[in-house]
Design a protein around this ligand. Structure first.
Ligand code: HEM
Length: 108
């Protein structure tokens, strides 16, 4: 497997198996769901850049600050796909400027 893929699978595992947000990302005992209505309502009108920044500065909540911007970008891309946002033609860029141009928008 390619190293990038391995590191992505490792991160995915960190989110799911750390178990705090639930194995299906539906939320844990004290942590919110990262998919479906609650998540989408929380993020409606905000930017992908602010999601990446929140993950980078506050998650995992029992030891934040260890994930790089690239790792947080990969997790954000995974969360977008888990919430059924369509994939673009290119990989989500780790550049904060570009990420702040992408808005979460609820379906009308
Ligand atoms: C790298 C792994 C993790 C990622 C990517 C992650 C991601 C997130 C995201 C995106 C949110 C915002 C949800 C929203 O606004 O709708 C969040 C909130 C939260 N997470 Fe995590 N999380 C991780 C690990 C953890 C762990 C290990 C814990 C607990 C020990 C945890 C506890 C919480 C709590 C309590 C909140 C709510 C914070 C608040 O509302 O102020 N997370 N997480």
């Amino acid at each position: 497997m390619r190293p990038l893929l391995i590191s992505f699978l490792f991160l995915l595992d960190a989110v799911r198996v750390s178990g705090k947000h639930g194995e299906a990302l539906l939320g844990g005992e004290n942590s919110p769901a990262l998919v479906e209505q609650d998540f989408l309502e929380n993020w409606n009108g905000k930017t992908v850049g602010s999601l990446v920044e929140l993950i980078r500065t506050t998650m995992p909540s029992d030891g934040p600050g260890r994930l790089s911007r690239q790792q947080c970008t990969d997790i954000a891309a995974y969360l977008l796909s888990a919430n059924n946002f369509p994939a673009g033609d290119n990989e989500l860029a780790a550049d904060p400027g570009a990420q702040n141009d992408i808005l979460f928008q609820a379906k009308k």
